[in-house]
Design a protein around this ligand. Structure first.
Ligand code: ASP
Length: 316
């Protein structure tokens, strides 16, 4: 019996210089807790898909990550979340975009996949579907977080958008060295060799006009196919959308015979860099090979497998 779980909690300018001991402790504990919840599912013979939902739900409940409870604020001071899940065994997908007041967006994405007859639901329609399915809805206050609020207050009177950390100015495309991304994701290979991938995010602080990033878009921020790999991305979503990152990695493996690591390096460290797209991703293949790949200074990340290997790391 062999299985692997890999997670991320966002990429960006994550260096020892911007982290204090307390933050390192909080992120280590948050990532370990999420790994444990997915590992328990896999150890009990559970499916990769269920491990991904359990892992991401734990991350969504932890306000230090930009997903679920810790989702950033939009221009209107709301929390609008995106999430997707994909089952590599049958290429089934469920996704939600711009949804409010849902406690666990990844669980709603799975409901969409299993019970809606559709792939992607958005906004109030997705919330209506969630209520019909008996999902847990939460009031706006549940999502209040002083740090996220302060990040938003700094720029709410501008048309600037920022990626989960102060200073990233996407309007002028001036990268600020302080920024980091706090989206969460998980990929898993279960004992049957089935793969699954999931991603969940609050997107970008001060986002307007119903902006949607790469996370809920199949093939861009999230993709899984038993024949190749399962991928979850984090980074500047507009670039990940344009580069169709997750599916591109799968294609390089399927059509060109590249290994998971070779394919990830090609896309993240060459193609995305040339486009100016910063961020990273996690991947696993059906043999349990895994990869963390990022072109930013760091990425909150971790893995745990049936061979007893376990690790959590932040820096490059
Ligand atoms: N990729 C996400 C987005 O653009 C942000 C992130 O990874 O933090 O919505």
């Amino acid at each position: 019996m062999s299985f692997t779980l890999v997670i991320h909690g966002g990429a960006g300018n994550i260096t020892p210089a911007i982290m204090n001991a307390q933050q390192e402790k909080e992120y280590t504990e948050g990532l370990k807790e999420a790994l444990d919840s997915g590992y328990d599912v896999l150890r009990n013979g559970g499916a990769a898909l269920d491990a991904v939902v359990a892992t991401i739900s734990t991350l969504e409940d932890n306000p230090i990550f930009n997903a679920g409870r810790g989702a950033v604020f939009t221009k209107k001071g709301l929390n609008e979340m995106d999430a997707a899940i994909m089952d590599g065994s049958n290429l089934a997908v469920g996704a939600i975009a711009g949804v409010r007041n849902i406690k666990n967006p990844i669980a709603l994405a799975r409901e969409v996949m299993l019970h809606s007859g559709h792939v992607l639901l958005s906004g109030s329609g997705a919330a209506e579907f969630a209520i019909n399915q008996g999902m847990t809805m939460t009031p706006d206050e549940y999502f209040f977080n002083q740090l996220r609020y302060d990040q938003w207050v700094e720029i709410r009177d501008t048309n600037y958008t920022q990626l989960d950390h102060k200073g990233d100015n996407l309007k002028s495309h001036v990268p600020n060295p302080e920024y980091k991304f706090g989206t969460v994701g998980a990929v898993a290979c279960d004992e049957k060799g089935n793969l699954a991938a999931g991603t969940s995010t609050g997107g970008m602080t001060n986002k307007r006009f119903g902006r949607i990033g790469d996370s809920p878009i199949v093939g861009a921020g999230t993709y899984a196919n038993n024949a190749t790999c399962a991928i979850s991305c984090t980074g500047h979503g507009e670039f990940f959308l344009r580069a169709v990152v997750a599916h591109d990695i799968s294609c390089l493996m399927e059509y060109k015979g590249l290994s998971l690591q070779e394919a990830c390096n090609t896309v993240v460290k060459d193609k995305l860099v040339k486009m100016g797209g910063e961020g990273g991703l996690i991947g696993v293949d059906s043999k349990g090979n895994f990869d963390f790949c990022f072109n930013s200074a760091g990425m909150y990340r971790g893995m745990r497998n049936s061979e007893g290997k376990e690790m959590v790391a932040f820096y490059g």
